[in-house]
Design a protein. Structure first.
Length: 127
């Protein structure tokens, strides 16, 4: 007879088999910095998955590298928007690479365009 519920003996908690937090970050950075591996799309995808959790936890280096990857390599507007946000967070935390990249992206695209004074004080046209 099969039971639908999980038994506690057959499935140990995921924390017991999870990797150390810093290991995934180190592996991802090594993969991206490796000249032979870092340019391959599958490696970038794998490294991005490894960087995702440390970036969520607030690790500035992970936010910076994942943000750069999402902004440069993704054609998806949602991923680029997430990349901009990660770069902004890393830049505010003091990461120099993220500050330069975020400044470059803001200058070449309209990420957060400054609101002009004339546009903000203009009245709607009467019909």
């Amino acid at each position: 007879m099969k039971f639908r519920g999980r038994s506690s003996d057959s499935n140990p908690p995921s924390k017991a088999i999870s990797q150390p937090a810093g290991l995934s970050l180190k592996v991802a950075l090594w993969l991206l910095d490796n000249p032979r591996l870092g340019d391959k799309p599958r490696i970038k995808h794998f490294a991005g998955r490894l960087l995702k959790q440390p970036a969520r936890e607030g690790v500035v280096v992970a936010q910076s590298r994942l943000g750069q990857m999402l902004c440069r390599d993704c054609g998806n507007a949602r991923d680029r928007r997430i990349g901009h946000e990660l770069l902004r967070q890393a830049a505010r935390a003091g990461d120099l690479h993220a500050q330069r990249e975020y400044e470059r992206l803001c200058s070449q695209s309209e990420v957060n365009p400054p609101v002009s004074v004339a546009a903000s004080t203009a009245r709607p046209l009467p019909e």
